[in-house]
Ligand binder design. Structure first.
Ligand code: ATP
Ligand code: ZN
Length: 226
């Protein structure tokens, strides 16, 4: 059993789309930090609330393992890893605590511009490239369509041009990246934004109190932003 921690630890993206807005939101809750030399850890000064700067994909697992108490992550990442756990009969370990109102995007199915889209049944037997295999598989099952999921960790939208896939399932905000690859979005699978994620199980007393204090401040800040 690891020693009890009396400080709250929040994982945020080290760099990328959610890094600055996540930090700014937490700062507007009255938190401030001293940064470590390696820029991986920020020590909370005004409150015992520290930050761990990580890749967004690691955040759900860090919460599941109890390495971090909370995290700021895209709902898309949280849902994918949650769906993957569920598909493998593992218990839910993390969940969405609050939606944060930034980082909006959607997980969309996109097909070559030349296709006349007639609906999901058209995907039968096709190869669909994605970094979201659990969410795509779940959606295909809901549609009753048997298609092949091609797992790619990046550059999903060039897969059709490379002949690796017929269609893609990827994160879209403006649609500019799809258009640049001669693809068009035809179905939305999932609406996403940044969320505060936390464990399914309750935190212990000390960290639970800190989390409750943070949530009260956060709710005030989010209300003012509306
Ligand atoms: P990391 O190095 O942390 O793994 P990443 O490249 O996976 O970073 P980003 O591209 O910074 O992640 O995106 C982080 C999150 O921002 C996404 O998971 C998603 O929730 C959100 N997001 C908003 N708009 C977009 C977009 N146009 N493309 C990708 N993600 C977007
Ligand atoms: Zn990532």
């Amino acid at each position: 059993v690891p020693p009890a921690r009396d400080r709250l630890r929040i994982a945020i993206q080290k760099s990328g789309r959610l890094a600055d807005p996540a930090r700014a939101l937490l700062a507007s809750c009255g938190l401030s930090w001293r940064e470590s030399r390696d820029r991986l850890f920020c020590y909370g000064e005004t409150l015992p609330v520290d930050l761990l700067l990580v890749r967004d994909d690691d955040i759900p697992g860090l919460i599941a393992d109890g390495v971090c108490d909370l995290g700021v992550v895209g709902r898309n990442v949280l849902a994918e890893q949650g769906a993957d756990r569920a598909a493998n009969d593992r218990p839910a370990a993390f969940r969405e605590w609050r939606s944060l109102g930034f980082g909006s995007c959607r997980l969309a199915l996109a097909v070559p511009e030349g296709w006349a889209w007639q609906g999901p049944a058209q995907l039968a037997g096709m190869r669909i490239a994605t970094s979201y295999p659990a969410l795509l598989s779940r959606w295909l099952a809901e549609q009753g369509v048997a298609a092949e999921v091609v797992l790619l960790s990046g550059s999903v939208e060039i897969a059709p041009r490379l002949g690796q896939a017929d269609a893609v399932c990827d994160i879209v905000s403006s649609g500019a990246t799809l258009a640049a690859n001669q693809l068009k979005p035809v179905a939305t699978m999932f609406e996403s934004e940044a969320v505060l994620a936390g464990p399914v199980a309750e935190l212990d007393a000390v960290r639970g109190e800190l989390a409750a204090l943070l949530l009260r401040r956060l709710d005030g800040v989010l209300r003012m932003r509306h």
